[in-house]
Design a protein around this ligand. Structure first.
Ligand code: WT7
Length: 665
């Protein structure tokens, strides 16, 4: 494989192509590249027919749709709009009376290693009972419910129960701060928050309910009436009378049968907040029908899921990966899956491998950042190396959330997959709802570090600023040229921002702009993602806006005058956050600088969450600005990387500041 750009060649250390082996190919849904191409051709010839056929095959509709795609109000595309269905019925009820009914749906492994099995039938009963409990609290179709839960069966049940009654859930990752939670409760107009007293991770008990209290105490959560508390641990928590109820209290006496409420295909199944290039997170709104179609079908295509598989996606339900590949996709596909409460390094960094052996996991889906940290751990302690466990149950490996560097790819392929398991490197986003570009395990020859080719029906392309195709071998902006069923419908409360962020006028207003840079290989057309082209960072697979972190820093008004945040490459976390800060008092040095940097890190953790803590904080008397007052971020990026400044600095107001900022403290 060759690449025309030298920047690309310098990161490509592995040029071999790995063909799917016989085991992956045999019996695969899409076996071989001809089969893949045939599906792509079908979509090219009859785009709407292609999707209509899939929607009819994949989902159970209570009212069949007659119109597939409505583009009349583009870019507010609608799919299957006159059809009706229920997402929870399509994940649970559909298996009743089939062999899946008595199959294990969830193998739950708690932080302390305790294992619980829940069958599909049992899960349906638990979801039904919880749905009845929600109804008894006055929660109804169209209401928004915030879920702030640990990883566990209860979180999955809460999400499915919302879907069952047509309530729109908005899950907030358990690592987000009270402030972040408050903003989301207000923006979504949530009537209820579902939470736990504590969460258990890595042997530690961490509060959740107390953070909900802090969020509400910040004010503005006027729509919120009910807080439901799952008592995960025996530890005491503070009850707000009239508002807080335990799971046990609301579930008592509720029947486990609850008829699923049919909703229109475009009914918002969920809102999930994610970072954009401005300070305020975006509420990405997904529609029931199109989203669920793709959650189920992409499970089948990307992982070639088979009835005997044990699937394990290590994501948290607070991210889109947990929505599509824990809560909706696997259940809709009727697969057995592992749900894990804990962290990969507790009680030791071999936990993942131990769990794969214990539960005979056959399809394993995780993030490059986890792989990189486990490589590091097993380099320094041979006892946690994957070779200590029997991983022969594995059939397929997946990667998600950030580019996987070829070194990590090769290690994963050899040491985890035993050189027999294809690695499915999946490129997608919160906004895309499910996979967009990735290899098919029974078809696509693999190249380490490349997510290969778009899935059938996904019109991914690389274009210039005006929306014109770039030739293979030249980098450009990653776009999706035609709408797809699981696409974002709008930004909750902000349709203008939706149009502006994703469908730029300069490209004609109908092409989806992903926000990533990419390049296609000159010969094979394989995609390689080169990273975000906007002010969004990817730290350990977590998406964060630089402006969001800047806003958090300048909100410390007693201390901070100005702040600029950029990313720099990091071997372990992919990118690291680097903040340049001007204080209201003089520029600190030495011990004082260290102390203030720590204070600011803790402040950011409180404003957003620990994942947003800047790794580097540098203080300056001011920031490099042009004469018109614009901060020159590209210079800051060079300084953050420790590079010599080679760019033109003649437009700088204050060139001397560069040397000062380059000094580390
Ligand atoms: C951003 C989306 C994908 C769901 C979880 C993250 C980056 C994601 C890959 C990949 C290179 C990737 C992109 C994208 N990204 N997967 N396989 N290779 N980059 O969803 O939080 O919405 O983040 O993650 O930059 O835009 P998200």
């Amino acid at each position: 494989m060759s690449s025309s750009s030298s920047a690309i060649e310098s990161v490509l250390v592995e040029n071999r192509v790995f063909e799917p082996d016989a085991r992956a190919r045999e019996g695969a849904r899409i076996a071989g590249m001809d089969a893949y191409q045939a599906l792509c051709d079908e979509a090219a010839k009859d785009f709407e027919g292609f999707w209509a056929r899939r929607a009819r095959e994949q989902l159970q509709w209570t009212k069949p749709f007659t119109k597939t795609l409505d583009e009349s109000n583009a870019p507010f595309y609608q799919w299957f709009a006159d059809g009706e269905l229920n997402a929870s019925a399509n994940c649970l009820d559909r298996h009743v009376g089939t062999p899946v009914e008595n199959k294990t749906a969830i193998i739950f492994e708690a932080d302390d290693g305790t294992v619980t099995h829940v069958t599909y039938k049992e899960l349906l009963a638990r979801v039904g009972q919880f749905a009845n409990a929600l109804k008894a609290q006055g929660i109804a179709k169209g209401d928004r419910v915030v879920i702030y839960m640990p990883m566990g069966v209860e979180g999955v049940v809460a999400m499915q129960a919302c879907a069952r009654i047509g309530a729109t859930h908005s899950v907030v990752f358990g690592g987000f701060s009270a402030k972040a939670l408050q903003e989301r409760i207000i923006d979504a107009g949530a009537v209820a928050v579902i939470t736990a007293n504590f969460q258990l991770r890595g042997g530690k008990e961490m509060p959740l309910k107390a953070i909900v209290d802090d969020a509400v105490a910040m004010g503005g959560c006027d729509t919120l009436k009910t807080v439901l508390v799952y008592e995960r641990t025996a530890s005491a928590w503070n009850r707000v009378e009239g508002r807080d109820k335990t799971f046990a209290e609301v579930l008592a006496g509720q029947s486990s049968e609850c008829a699923p409420v049919p909703v229109g295909a475009e009914h918002p199944l969920f809102i999930l907040y994610t970072s954009g290039s401005t300070g305020k997170p975006k509420g990405v709104q997904h529609a029931t029908g199109g989203y669920l179609l793709w959650a189920r079908l992409s499970m089948q295509w990307s992982f070639d899921i088979r009835p005997e598989d044990v699937f394990w996606c290590t994501a948290d339900i607070g991210w889109v990966t947990g929505h599509s590949y824990i809560v909706y996709g696997p259940l809709a596909a009727g697969v057995t899956q592992v749900v894990f409460e804990g962290v990969p390094t507790y009680p030791h960094a071999g936990r993942f491998w131990q769990m794969i052996e214990r539960h005979k996991v056959s399809v394993f889906y995780t993030a490059p950042t986890a792989i990189r940290s486990l490589i590091k751990a097993s380099d320094s302690d041979a006892k946690v190396h994957p070779k200590n466990w029997d991983l022969t149950s594995l059939r397929i490996l997946g990667s998600v959330g950030e580019p996987i560097n070829p070194e990590a790819w090769m290690w994963y392929y050899r040491n985890v997959g035993g050189e027999r398991c294809p690695i499915v490197d999946t490129w997608w986003q919160t906004e895309t709802g499910g996979h967009v570009i990735n290899p098919l395990p029974g078809a696509t020859p693999l190249v380490p570090g490349s997510c290969t080719l778009p899935l059938p029906g996904m019109q991914a392309a690389i274009v210039d600023e005006t929306g014109h195709d770039m030739p293979n071998g030249s980098g450009g902006m990653l776009v999706i040229k035609r709408p797809w069923p699981s696409m974002i419908r709008t930004i909750w409360n902000d349709p203008e921002r939706f149009k502006k962020s994703y469908f730029p006028e300069e490209m004609g207003g109908r092409i989806y702009l992903a926000g990533d840079g990419a390049v296609r290989d000159a010969k094979t057309g394989y995609f390689r993602i080169t990273g975000r082209i906007d002010d969004v960072l990817n730290v350990s697979g977590h998406r964060l806006g630089t402006m969001e972190i800047e806003s958090a820093l300048v909100a410390k008004t007693d201390l901070v005058a100005e702040a600029a945040v950029v990313g720099r490459p990091d071997d372990l976390t992919g990118e690291a956050i680097c903040a340049f800060v001007v204080l209201k008092r003089g520029r600190p040095t030495g011990e004082e600088a260290k102390a203030i940097a720590n204070e600011l890190r803790n402040w950011v953790a409180k404003e957003i969450g620990p994942i947003a803590k800047p790794k580097d904080i540098r203080f300056g008397d001011n920031l490099p600005k042009t004469r018109s007052g614009k901060i020159m971020r590209r210079l800051l990026r060079s300084i953050a990387k420790g590079e010599a400044i080679t760019q033109d600095t003649s437009t700088l107001e204050n060139p001397a500041i560069l040397d000062q900022l380059a000094e580390t403290n």
